[in-house]
Design a protein around this ligand. Structure first.
Ligand code: ADP
Ligand code: ZN
Length: 617
């Protein structure tokens, strides 16, 4: 499969477009590059070092796998995620690339076998854990083998500024001296400039091409909804996404367990994942998700680092994330295949206190201040009515030029506002008339006319505002309290008795100078035009058939389904209906090897389906 016509000494022959695009098509089945991929590939082919900062799903693997196939010798890929290496290698093998990995999960005999392949120049790609470099024996063998280039994946691990600093990574500065004649390419999805500069400094890259791709994930629909009853909301969201893969993030282990149980009781295929489960169960649940055996994983943030599943169609944050970085990284796990995916955050002001409580318990003062600063950005992100994408990108120092991204709840107008000035005045008046001594639930009891003991005991049923707001639900009033808190119209006392009291802005509201608007809770309707794919004709029934064929093949071969074909490929097949090999090759992600391995089975499935569905008409 590999292109190896050049001679031993012909280290960096010029590659023309035909060869590059031909290999892209033939091996990977792609008809073009994604943004920035081509620049990176060309730099590597020209023997130049590279640092590429690209978002998850940006297509980093292709940037080195393509040159790895074209250049003589093996491409060494240093990656900290042992769990991911096998998937990466399976993916490469499925495309006919000669890949292997070396890590502690292999037996000594298996390791020797891989080293032998390296010595015999039988590999295009070799994934290794960073600590391999500490082994002199490995370095000796590598120094004598034919190495085409070195890649450092998750390069932010070398930076102490990053959240997953790995001391093992420090030894990677030796790569440049160990392989002086070949390019070193570092990749990361961590966007901060501080980390980026740190990587450059520590790896000692030589006049590298530095590429900072846009962090815009334009296939992700960002959607923030008010959290009212998380359980009911999750059920209704999942009903809308039958059979689709998704992650639900929750903060505590208990809420993870409870949510997973509740969803299973309602008939959804869901499993929990958190650090409190035994190793075995955790791995089993993760595997079941990766292999499409369950649709939903309910998890704490411990989940996601080591997985590469490309067909995750939604990520739901049922609790507030602690920082924008976390939110971006977690939502980023959706839609790596470039297909539309939905990111929903359930937001309630009540959750703010829970996170604040947690942050307050952090002992180190500087750390506490940092956490608070990061969290306050999450609150303003969630309560703002500015395009979600714009805020996210600006957070990462990127300016977003569009007025309307067409792919978030704000820009698609799925978030309607309601003028609630009159209702706000009722609340404020109830707070004033009870001398700012009561908490939200009591105030709400007053305006909704509850005959609760406490209300009667205090004689609050004789107040002018008593029952004035009967027409609206308690949930409505809770949200309005949240809204007034967020807008700093009222504040809540700290401590044991969280009484509500008025802030200066309240008087402007009472005098009708400031109007209060609140988002109305409506189901999101997505605008079709935004993601081109949505408009395409595709056949749901056929898609499902192809999906189960994919699952069957994946199980037989012991690989995750997305390694066989991506969702994107299956969608292409179900809209293009390729009935012969040539038209099958036009499908995204179908290269020569996959055509040879799986083409026939998928073509017959399509032909059979066409036959039956025509007969049925
Ligand atoms: P990252 O490692 O940056 O998160 P991946 O390398 O896993 O991203 O790529 C994400 C997805 O995009 C994969 O399903 C991959 O097959 C697909 N992909 C990458 N490059 C292209 C391309 N040029 N055309 C179509 N799909 C691509
Ligand atoms: Zn938008």
């Amino acid at each position: 499969m590999t292109n190896r016509t050049m001679t031993e000494n012909d280290k960096r022959p010029p590659f023309d477009n035909d060869i590059i695009y031909g290999t892209l098509r033939r091996v990977f089945g792609f008809s073009g590059f994604r943004r920035d991929q081509e620049r990176i590939v060309r730099a590597i082919l020209e023997n130049r070092d590279v640092l590429a900062v690209m978002p998850t799903g940006g297509g980093k693997s292709l940037c080195y796998q393509l040159p790895a196939v074209m250049l003589p010798g093996a491409c060494l890929v240093v990656s900290p995620l042992i769990a991911l290496m096998k998937d990466q290698v399976d993916g490469a093998l499925a495309n006919g690339i000669r890949g292997a990995f070396l890590n502690s999960s292999l037996s000594p005999a298996e390791q020797d076998d891989v080293l032998r392949q390296l010595q015999l120049d039988e590999l295009d790609l070799l994934y290794i854990a960073p600590e391999r470099f500490a082994f002199e024996r490995f370095r000796d063998i590598a120094a004598k083998a034919r190495i085409s280039m070195a890649v450092i994946d998750e390069a932010h691990c070398i930076s102490e500024w990053g959240h997953d600093f790995r001391p093992d990574y420090l030894s990677l500065s030796r790569l440049v001296t160990l392989f002086p004649d070949v390019p070193v390419a570092a990749f990361t999805a961590t966007a901060t400039h501080k980390v980026q500069d740190d990587i450059l400094g520590r790896l000692c890259l030589r006049d590298p091409l530095v590429v900072r791709a846009s962090f815009d994930r334009n296939n992700l629909f960002y959607d923030i909804r008010f959290k009212e009853n998380a359980g009911e909301q999750l059920v209704s969201i999942l009903k809308d996404k039958p059979g689709k893969a998704g992650i639900i993030y929750r903060t505590s282990r208990k809420s993870v367990n409870d949510t997973a149980l509740m969803l299973r009781a309602k008939g959804f295929r869901a499993l929990p994942y958190h650090a409190g489960l035994g190793d075995e169960e955790r791995i089993r649940n993760q595997e079941a998700f990766i292999r499409d055996e369950v649709d939903v994983i309910v998890a704490t943030i411990a989940f996601g680092m080591g997985i590469d599943k490309s067909n995750i169609r939604f990520v739901i944050h049922a609790d507030l994330p602690k920082s924008i970085e976390n939110y971006y990284q977690e939502t980023g796990r959706a839609g790596r295949d470039g297909e539309p995916a939905h990111c929903i955050l359930l937001f309630s002001h009540g959750d703010i206190h829970k996170v604040r409580f947690f942050i307050d318990s952090v002992a180190d003062e500087a750390e506490r201040a940092r956490a608070l600063g990061a969290f306050s950005k999450v609150i303003s992100f969630a309560s703002s009515s500015v395009c979600r994408r714009k805020i996210l990108l600006e957070y990462f120092g990127e300016s977003y030029p569009e007025q309307n991204c067409g792919n978030c709840d704000i820009c698609t107008g799925s978030r309607k506002t309601l003028n609630c000035t009159r209702e706000a005045q009722m609340l404020l008046s109830a707070i004033v008339r009870t001398d700012e001594r009561f908490g939200a639930s009591h105030i709400i009891d007053i305006v909704t006319g509850s005959s609760n003991r406490k209300v009667l005991d205090f004689g609050h049923d004789r107040l002018k505002t008593y029952g004035a707001g009967k027409g609206k639900t308690k949930t409505f009033w809770k949200r309005l309290v949240d809204e007034l808190l967020a807008r700093k119209v009222i504040s809540r006392a700290e401590g044991l008795y969280p009484a509500l009291c008025l802030l200066p802005e309240a008087f402007r509201v009472l005098k009708n100078v400031t109007e209060i608007e609140m988002a109305e809770v409506v189901e999101t309707k997505r605008r079709k035009s935004t993601v081109a794919i949505a408009a395409r004709q595709e056949n749901g029934e056929l898609f499902e058939l192809l999906r189960s064929l994919r699952k069957q093949i994946a199980d037989e071969q012991g690989v995750p389904p997305y390694v066989v074909f991506s969702d994107r490929s299956l969608r292409d097949m179900s809209s293009l209906l390729p009935c012969d090999e040539e038209s099958m090759l036009a499908v995204t992600g179908v290269g020569e090897v996959k055509l040879e391995r799986y083409g026939r089975q998928f073509i017959s499935c399509i032909i059979r389906w066409c036959g039956t569905s025509n007969n049925g008409e």
